[in-house]
Design a protein around this ligand. Structure first.
Ligand SMILES: [Fe+2]
Length: 161
């Protein structure tokens, strides 16, 4: 009994669980792709007194977010799925609202990024809740949640200042 229970806990995820996890990972891949491009968009178009600091910060967050895209994309393939990592795939699957194309004001860019980071965090947290049957996937989501929540905190702190 004890042994059977341990076996169950250690078992790899079933095919149907894997398929559900892959769908969730692809949704979050789309969100990470969308958020990374939003950070770059803000990095390029930013104007204002905080330029030097925010220009660097947004670039760093874009790099981090691309790393998170890599984590979810590779996890989807490890679970025998396909990762949908193109921009066109991201446009189809993202739950983030479109980022403004012609905005330059730093306060409005900060607000737009904070809002989108918040949406991305909600989906990652949904991923944490939905991956209790597969702890390595849950671990990926937890790592990303920790990073994105730090980003969101830093963005909000600039807005308050
Ligand atoms: Fe640059």
């Amino acid at each position: 009994m004890e042994r059977a229970k341990r076996g169950k806990v250690a078992a790899v995820a079933s095919q149907s669980v894997e398929e559900r996890l892959v769908r969730g990972l692809n949704l979050n891949l789309a969100n990470m792709t969308s958020l990374a491009t939003a950070y770059k968009q803000a990095h390029w178009n930013l104007q204002g007194p905080g330029f030097a600091q925010l220009h660097e910060l947004f670039d760093r967050f874009a790099d981090q977010t691309r790393e998170y895209a890599d984590l979810v994309a590779e996890r989807a393939v490890q679970l025998h799925g396909t990762s949908h990592g193109t921009i066109e795939g991201a446009v189809k699957e993202t739950t983030l609202p479109a980022f403004p194309l012609d905005e330059h004001r730093e306060d409005l860019l900060l607000r737009a990024l904070t809002d989108r980071a918040g949406v991305a965090i909600s989906e990652i947290r949904r991923g944490i809740d939905g991956s209790e049957d597969d702890l390595p996937t849950q671990d990926v989501y937890i790592e990303i949640a920790r990073g994105l929540e730090k980003q969101e905190w830093m963005l909000r702190s600039h807005l308050a200042g």
